[in-house]
Ligand binder design. Structure first.
Ligand code: CA
Length: 226
């Protein structure tokens, strides 16, 4: 049974989340502040952390930062609608996903399952990434769409690999630029948009209606996990 650490200072929400996660077959441990969240994460080794960003004293971003110093446990942030910039900082600190309050518990459970699936898949690793018609051969740095080889630049290749390694995971433009570090000297976040546009032209069946490289409005991009 997967164990989820829920960190939320609002008791009503905490109770709702706990009840739903129990019903969905998860074991739940709870914390209502950052310090106890960190100590429970250490002692209980949960499979995932559901973390409210608006916590008293140490906020959710600090908790994320501290957790990431020693752990790669998947983190889903609970955020208020007004916390958009915090959401982006959270993703940059290494949180895996976010959900905006008020949310339906059903949606939260679906997100948790998706992120856990992703985390399990990532553990496998491997030298080939397959997604739909696209195959990425990492050692040979070769990308094929169906039977045809796509001719990508080194920057496009790195960008595609970064996204395709974690289907469904949202990356901000800043994170994608970081991933390109070493292949590209460009430092403008908008240059990511230009590379994505070129990539879509090369690998999407219809670049105007992308099915693989998806835009997450106001945040960045993700590779389809459909
Ligand atoms: Ca709160």
């Amino acid at each position: 049974m997967k164990k989820i650490l829920v960190v939320e200072d609002e008791l009503k929400i905490a109770r709702l989340v706990r009840d739903y996660l129990h019903q969905a077959g998860f074991a739940v441990i709870e914390a209502s502040d950052g310090a106890s969240a960190l100590s429970l994460a250490r002692s209980e080794k949960p499979d995932m952390v559901v973390l409210d960003l608006g916590l008293p004293e140490m906020d959710g971003l600090d908790v994320t930062r501290r957790l990431r110093q020693s752990s790669s446990v998947p983190i889903i942030m609970l955020t208020a609608r007004s916390e958009e910039s915090d959401r982006i900082v959270g993703l940059e600190l290494g949180a895996d996903d976010y959900i905006v309050k008020p949310f339906s518990p059903k949606e939260l459970v679906a997100r948790i399952r998706a992120v856990l699936r992703r985390a399990d898949a990532t553990l496998g690793g491997g030298e080939l990434i397959r997604a739909g018609a696209v195959t990425i051969d990492l050692p040979k740095m070769r990308v094929t769409v169906g039977d045809a080889e796509a001719d990508l630049t080194a920057t496009e290749f790195e960008l595609l690999v970064t996204l395709a390694r974690h289907p469904g995971r949202i990356y901000t433009r800043a994170q994608l630029l970081d991933a390109l570090h070493g292949v590209s000297f460009e430092s403008y976040e908008r240059s990511v948009d230009a590379h994505i546009k070129n990539l879509r032209r090369k690998i999407e069946a219809d670049p105007r209606r992308p099915q693989l490289l998806l835009t997450v409005y106001g945040v960045g991009y993700k590779f389809s996990d459909a």
